[in-house]
Design a protein around this ligand. Structure first.
Ligand code: SF4
Length: 359
């Protein structure tokens, strides 16, 4: 896909862009809602009417029926979820259409359908419910809705597991193997009860007998930002800063989350950092833009990223610039909106509504 911001915006100063965005926003009033994910760059996040994690933002989009235009500063799957949950009169826009999520792309619907058909072939699909992390394409959400499954976020993954096991014997989790595995461990499943479906291997690379016995089938996908953190980073921080609090996102591997003091969704991490006393030392295992914003908000606390050496940036979240946002809000009536075929939208909404129910 080719996408370029017109020269007017590329050549403008930050001050000019901010002024244009505020003026456009003012002229539309409540009819325009700017949503910004916590991982957005500081200048963009500051212009959001609401800043939150993917769950909070989709809930906000579903509740603000008065907004005709929803400008979603995040990545593609988030704008799609907002489109699914918003009303027919509302239009959703992604200021930089190139902003995707590599983790969501790891669960391609064709690969998922091949896996599901294989489960049918060996006779276990009827006892299995699919559960997809919010970070997934609309087609995958629709598949979950169609098959009686649901969507979860990092804050309601345990409740979603319970929802599945109240109704089925097995769970097929997409696309983040780490959130899936960590939740499985917290719910008491052993390594013997969880298997990893590798979509690049024939029949998932799993022995059929093992697959038949498994309770939790995990899709082999990951977030390249959160898997940067290693257990040795936790050990090094503890040695270097006695009393340090380690707070991490559940997309990190089990070795990291198991050693941390606090594990939770982006919203949870924000609250956890807010609640620490002045002078606290907090090493955080998540995206760098959120960590920097929290450090900026709490100059009386020592807040830094967990590895001490890498820059865990989500390049896709970082794609959205002030120029993209100004271009979108000033040209909203000609800007391409997010569209999803009606049948996909209806089935995906079933899965998302179940998510909102179990939160
Ligand atoms: S941080 Fe990871 S999961 Fe979140 S949007 Fe970026 S790549 Fe996707």
């Amino acid at each position: 896909m080719y996408f370029a911001v017109p020269d007017k915006y590329r050549q403008a100063s930050d001050d000019e862009l901010i002024q244009w965005i505020k003026e456009a926003k003012k002229s539309y009033g409540d009819r325009m809602l700017i949503l910004a994910h916590h991982y957005q760059r500081l200048q963009v996040a500051e212009l959001g009417d609401f800043v939150g994690d993917s769950y909070e933002l989709s809930k906000n989009a579903s509740e603000r029926k008065d907004a005709d235009y929803i400008v979603f500063c995040g990545v593609h799957f988030m704008a799609e979820s907002a489109e699914i949950l918003s009303g027919d009169n509302q239009k959703v826009f992604l200021p930089n259409p190139l902003a995707g999520c590599p983790m969501a792309d790891m669960a391609d619907i064709e690969d998922v359908m091949n896996a599901w058909n294989y489960l049918k072939e060996i006779g276990i699909a009827a006892q299995t419910l699919p559960l997809s992390y919010m970070n997934s394409a609309a087609e995958l959400k629709a598949f979950c809705g169609r098959e009686g499954g649901l969507i979860c976020t990092s804050s309601n993954a345990k409740a979603a597991y319970k929802y599945v096991f109240d109704r089925a014997e097995k769970l097929f989790f997409f696309p983040d193997e780490n959130l899936g595995y960590n939740t499985g461990r917290w719910m008491g499943f052993s390594d013997d009860e969880m298997v990893l479906w590798d979509f690049r291997s024939e029949d998932g690379g799993i022995d059929p007998d093992k697959l038949k016995k498994a309770k939790v089938i995990l899709w082999k996908g990951h977030c390249h930002v959160h898997t940067n953190f290693k257990s040795q980073h936790v050990d090094e921080m503890r040695e270097k800063f006695p009393g340090v609090k380690i707070a991490v996102h559940p997309e990190c591997t089990w070795e990291v989350v198991d050693r941390a003091d606090a594990v939770g969704s982006t919203k949870f991490l924000v609250n956890y950092i807010d609640e620490q006393p002045p002078g606290a030392i907090i090493a955080v295992g998540t995206e760098i833009n959120l960590i920097n914003r929290m450090a900026h908000r709490h100059p009386d606390k020592n807040i830094f990223e967990l590895s001490g050496q890498i820059c865990p940036v989500c390049a896709n979240m970082y794609r959205t610039t002030l120029a993209d946002l100004a271009n979108t809000v000033e040209n909203i009536d000609s800007f391409k909106k997010i569209t999803i075929p009606k049948d996909i939208q209806a089935e995906a909404k079933l899965a998302l509504d179940r998510m909102l129910e179990v939160h």
